[in-house]
Write a protein that binds this ligand. Structure first.
Ligand code: 13P
Ligand code: SF4
Length: 305
């Protein structure tokens, strides 16, 4: 079968089995083409609430499918490829968070969306890269313990100097792998290009950037910009999608090691099998966990809009 034929089968299965397909912007182009909603981790996770479909398939990583389930517990939610986890989310367990909270008593725990439902259940509010500054600024609490990404946390703390923001060690191994030396080499190779980076990058890289934003923030900025050349400092798929969207502009990887194998794990055939009912994994959680972890997602929407 060709890619186009598989995509047609998926479209037919979506209708037949009342399925809504969500795809994070780091997914492959052939998956994004058959998705009902595409966006950064915030937009893609909340979008399932807007649809009447009884089944939702997430093409992304596990914490995104879990977030969809927390927001829409009445829907049947699937992760298209059960192997697609997030190494950052796996870094933090309940015991480690408990120890950090004991070290900083009286601090409101704010978790990044890239965490397990168990961590969300222990947090006051959840944030994403596109909503973190707005939400933490809007919180009444002055003292914040932000987990687990210390690079995103350092970026937030710089934007909100009036609050005390404590951090722990943790972060995205893909974004954190790039340093100031890689930026210098990329700038030398493409002196006219604007540098657009994700706040999961280390502070030296973030400080050197012309724009800092979420995965879809970077995409939108590059599409609207009058500049012609860009160094893309986030997962490699964003540069690929941009090259199709803007053929008259040039997009370069900040560094080709910024490739997330978990985000790339889901294939079009995984999506096909999940839609056909013989693949993927249904996300289930005990009702008590849905209730307690759901509260911090509800607060994210309340404060983040
Ligand atoms: P955003 O889509 O919120 O920018 O998150 C990036 C990411 O690393 C998701 O795994
Ligand atoms: Fe996790 Fe980083 Fe991959 Fe996103 S890019 S899924 S944060 S490892």
């Amino acid at each position: 079968m060709t890619i186009a034929q598989i995509q047609d089968e998926i479209r037919a299965l979506k209708k037949e089995r009342d399925i809504c397909v969500l795809a994070h912007v780091y997914q492959a182009r052939e998956i994004i083409e058959v998705a009902d909603f595409t966006g950064d981790s915030y937009a893609v996770s909340v979008s399932a609430q807007k649809t009447a479909n009884s089944r939702v398939v997430m093409c992304g990583v596990r914490f995104m499918a879990e977030t969809v389930k927390l927001l829409s517990p009445e829907k049947t939610v699937y992760l298209a490829n059960q192997e697609a986890g997030c190494p950052m989310a796996d870094q933090l367990n309940a015991a480690r968070l408990k120890a950090a909270a004991e070290k900083y008593p009286g601090h409101a725990v704010v978790c990044y969306m890239n965490t397990t439902a168990e961590i969300k259940a222990m947090s006051e509010v959840c944030v994403t890269s596109s909503s973190a500054v707005k939400i933490i600024r809007a919180m009444e609490e002055h003292d914040i313990l932000f987990v687990p990404d210390c690079n995103l946390g350092a970026y937030i703390a710089k934007q909100i100097p009036e609050k005390t923001i404590r951090l722990i060690n943790g972060g995205c191994p893909i974004h954190a792998a790039v340093g100031a030396g890689d930026v210098a080499a990329a700038r030398r190779a493409h002196p006219g290009a604007l540098l657009l980076v994700h706040p999961e990058c280390v502070p030296d890289v973030v400080t050197a950037a012309d724009y800092v934003g979420s995965s879809s923030g970077i995409y939108d900025y590059a599409v609207k910009s009058d500049s012609r050349e860009f160094l893309i400092g986030t997962e490699t798929s964003i540069a690929e999608h941009l090259q199709y969207a803007c053929p008259d502009k040039r997009f370069y990887y900040l560094d080709k090691k910024m490739m997330c194998h978990n985000m790339k794990a889901t294939t079009l055939m995984d999506l096909y099998h999940c839609c056909a009912g013989d693949g993927g994994e249904e996300i289930t959680m005990p009702p008590e966990l849905i209730a307690s972890a759901g509260k911090c997602i509800d607060r994210m929407i309340e404060l983040g809009g």
